[in-house]
Design a protein around this ligand. Structure first.
Ligand code: XMP
Length: 182
């Protein structure tokens, strides 16, 4: 049986403060290129994207468009299927745009690598990648996001948009799913 741990792994105020830091870093690096087209990967990234994009606006970054892309690599439970399915792609022309590709978490690295390649085929000027969470010990392909909120150990996390079998997405903090051994 899987249950939610009692203690948060990352508290609300820690997330808020790190997002403000990330926004400052991204703004300093990208402001000079002009408007940014944000590409948040649904569904897990919706809360992170909402907070980060507003923080970027506060930093004076112009977001010209938010293009949602729905990809899936996890079936049900806590293990990846290893196959990335694009369930809803982007119809906007990304040629010559500055793309900020956002995801909730990087694990094996397959999803971000695959999606970055896919967007690269649309000839944007540049693609920067940002994830709220990173599990570096789980990496199976060579890929490092340009910006990472928190590096975490190999635990299954939920909350702040991330789910376990579609549950816990609305938690305001990041928690851990633990397996109870009977
Ligand atoms: P890869 O392995 O392609 O995986 O880097 C990225 C996607 O895997 C999902 N993922 C998780 N989802 N808790 C979750 O709710 C986790 O601990 C977790 N680890 C990976 C997530 O959808 C991410 O986009």
């Amino acid at each position: 049986m899987f249950t939610l741990s009692h203690t948060p792994l990352i508290k609300e105020d820690e997330i808020a403060s790190r997002i403000a830091d990330l926004a400052r870093m991204i703004a300093d690096d990208l402001r000079r290129y002009g408007p940014i087209t944000a590409v948040p990967m649904l569904r897990g990234c919706f809360v992170f994207a909402a907070d980060l994009l507003r923080a970027l606006s506060r930093e004076g970054v112009e977001i010209d468009e938010v293009c949602f892309l729905t990809a899936s690599s996890y079936g049900s439970g806590t293990t990846s299927s290893g196959t990335i399915k694009v369930l809803q792609s982007i119809t906007t022309d990304l040629k010559d745009r500055n793309i900020l590709l956002l995801d909730d978490i990087i694990d094996t690295g397959r999803t971000l690598k695959h999606i970055k390649e896919l967007l690269g085929d649309m000839q944007p000027s540049r693609i920067m990648t940002c994830t709220l969470l990173d599990k570096p010990s789980r990496r199976e392909v060579e890929f490092e996001p340009d910006y990472v909120g928190f590096s975490i150990n190999d635990v299954f996390v939920v909350g702040y948009g991330l789910d376990f079998d579609q549950k816990y997405r609305a938690l305001p903090y990041i928690g851990i799913i633990e397996e109870q051994i009977a």
